[in-house]
Design a protein around this ligand. Structure first.
Ligand SMILES: O=P(O)(O)OC[C@H]1O[C@](O)(CO)[C@@H](O)[C@@H]1O
Length: 548
């Protein structure tokens, strides 16, 4: 679909950016003492600071014009109205309905789903309470000390990320484990730590066909059968899926099967029954707080004008870097060790959503789309890949995430953590010129020749953009806010790029080929002639290695 208004708005931004590049961000701060206030947005105790991006009020005006030209507001309304915005699968993307704790109707495809959602959530909560209290027990009458979620992608990353992030809120709950990889080492290493009589497995899969999950589930089943007998399976397994027919065939007791709906995408499913392992870990009350955090952001996203709308601004700043400045990657660095899995979670959310080259109408996307998302907690990343971020040939925009106060950590540690976060953000913006380096080296007493040789290596170009998301503390509500913020950021970007963020056809080909290759790999005499030379050669090597 040709979008002349959008192309025009993007061209205007590109013209504007050419002028902007003659200025340094530090000069923008010097010229505007109110820059921090003007280029940050607070949502009660939550702050988004984007003042260290080289953007002006004019840039923001042009970005908002771009968003309006792409009809971000109209598409947002369609999303929240439960329309089938996932056009290739003819589905709504109504994950917001799962965290709406209000009273009014929740329309998805014209149907009010509030009752359905509330009913399933109540079942999840009852089950979580029963496991936590010990009312629900294993086949030998023992309470469950360990919960193992078996899932992958959206059926793993969300609960795994959140259970780690919210570990201070798990008192009174069992230990939780997450097994995802078809690599048997993943399951084996977990099973080693378990007493089967006290272990509960939750098989989480939207489709209940995913190779990794089904394979791990069967092996876990064998582990229980071997230790406790076939009859114990019903007591030691629960399942979460949209395909209740397939779960029944696996043998999970129907009272322990929790459903959700096709209008909940895998990477948006943490809010649904897929959050069962998290609900058990932190308890229903904390889980509700997590939902409330998501709902806070939904309300903000719908109500705040684009100029003060945090997810919209995050998205637009990202579009500026991706499409105007040509940045191919985006780093997310939580200065919060418990958010260690947050970058991995965002990789799926962002890259599976916006990693597309095809426009909604099947044509070629007009612009470069989703960047490569990566990250690790600070300060660890500082001692690993920050060298490239500071001095590499590519500029990578960064989101820093940090709490104003720790949940339970030592105040001195937190002060150092916080200082490091701000120091990095400042260093990326400020940089250090050749003149400054030379003056520093001279002050250290180095000779002229040595200064000439060393100085270029110590220069930092600066003007490397970063945002800071500053939250009070990493509690369930804050985590809900963080997740929902990024969900809506990804959505706004998809609208500007005119792609469907809710499908993921790009994962299919590999799955198909793996299913075709698996029997060939397993059968040492299967012919290899139909395979390409490299694949056949690699299988031959494996066969030879196996033969010793
Ligand atoms: O929940 P399921 O159906 O097992 O799928 C797991 C994951 O696989 C994908 O379909 C593709 O990798 C993801 O979108 C999904 O979250």
């Amino acid at each position: 679909m040709s979008r002349p208004n959008v192309l025009e708005a993007m061209a205007a931004l590109q013209d504007h950016a050419r002028m902007l590049r003659t200025q340094r961000t530090t000069e923008l701060f010097a010229a505007d003492p109110g820059r921090f206030a003007n280029f940050s947005v607070a949502l009660d105790d939550f702050l988004f600071d984007f003042s260290k991006h080289r953007v002006t009020r004019e840039t923001l005006g042009l970005l908002i014009a771009l968003a309006r030209a792409a009809d971000v507001e109209g598409r947002r309304a369609a999303l929240f109205a439960g329309e089938p915005v996932n056009s290739t699968e003819h589905r709504a993307a109504a994950h917001m309905a799962l965290r709406d704790l209000g009273q009014g109707p929740l329309l998805v495809g014209g149907e009010d789903v509030r009752g359905l959602v509330a009913q399933e959530r109540a079942r999840v909560y009852d089950f979580a309470r029963a496991v936590r209290s010990g009312a629900l027990r294993g086949a030998r009458g023992e309470p469950f000390s360990d919960i193992v979620n078996i899932g992958i992608g959206g059926s793993d990353l969300g609960p795994a990320m959140a259970a780690r992030a919210l570990s201070p809120f798990t008192a009174g709950g069992p230990r939780t484990h997450f097994v995802s990889n078809v690599d048997g080492a993943d399951l084996a290493d977990t099973l080693k730590t378990l007493d089967p009589a006290r272990a509960l497995f939750i098989v989480s899969s939207k489709t209940f066909t995913t190779q990794e999950t089904m394979t791990n589930a069967q092996s876990a089943r064998a582990f229980i059968v071997e230790a406790l007998g076939e009859a114990a399976v019903a007591s030691h397994f629960a399942a979460v899926s949209t395909r209740l027919d397939k779960v029944a065939a696996f043998g999970v007791d129907v009272s322990r099967v929790f459903g959700f709906w096709d209008w909940v995408g895998g990477r948006y499913s943490l809010w649904s029954s897929i959050g069962l392992s998290l609900a058990i870990a932190i308890g229903p009350e904390h889980f509700t707080e997590f939902l409330r955090g998501g709902a806070d952001i939904d309300a903000h996203f719908v109500e705040a004008p684009l100029e003060r709308n945090i997810p919209a601004l995050m998205a637009l700043i990202g579009v500026f870097h991706r499409n105007v400045e040509g940045r191919a990657a985006h780093a997310v660095i939580p200065y919060d060790q418990r958010l260690a899995r947050f970058p991995a979670y965002l990789q799926q959310l962002d890259m599976e959503s916006n990693g597309k080259a095809v426009a909604r109408d099947g044509g070629v996307a007009e612009f470069a789309t989703g960047p490569i998302i990566f990250g690790e907690p600070g300060t660890n990343g500082q001692h690993a890949f920050f060298q490239l971020l500071h001095q590499g040939t590519d500029v990578t925009p960064i989101d820093f995430l940090v709490a104003a106060e720790p949940i339970d950590a030592d105040a001195h540690h937190h002060a150092l953590l916080f200082a490091n976060c701000l120091a990095q953000s400042e260093a990326f913006m400020r940089g250090r010129t050749l003149g400054e380096v030379k003056a520093l080296l001279a002050a250290q007493g180095l000779g002229a020749a040595e200064i000439e040789a060393l100085a270029p290596h110590k220069v930092f170009s600066g003007d490397r953009p970063s945002s800071v998301l500053l939250y009070k503390r990493l509690d369930p509500r804050t985590l809900g806010r963080l997740v929902a913020l990024y969900e809506h950021k990804v959505f706004v970007q998809s609208v500007i790029w005119d792609i469907n963020p809710f499908d993921q056809w790009g994962v299919e080909l590999g799955k198909e080929l793996a299913n075709r290759l698996a029997p060939i790999v397993e059968n040492a005499s299967a012919p290899l002639d139909a395979l390409d030379g490299s694949t056949a050669g690699l299988i031959r090597w494996r066969r030879e290695a196996e033969r010793g």
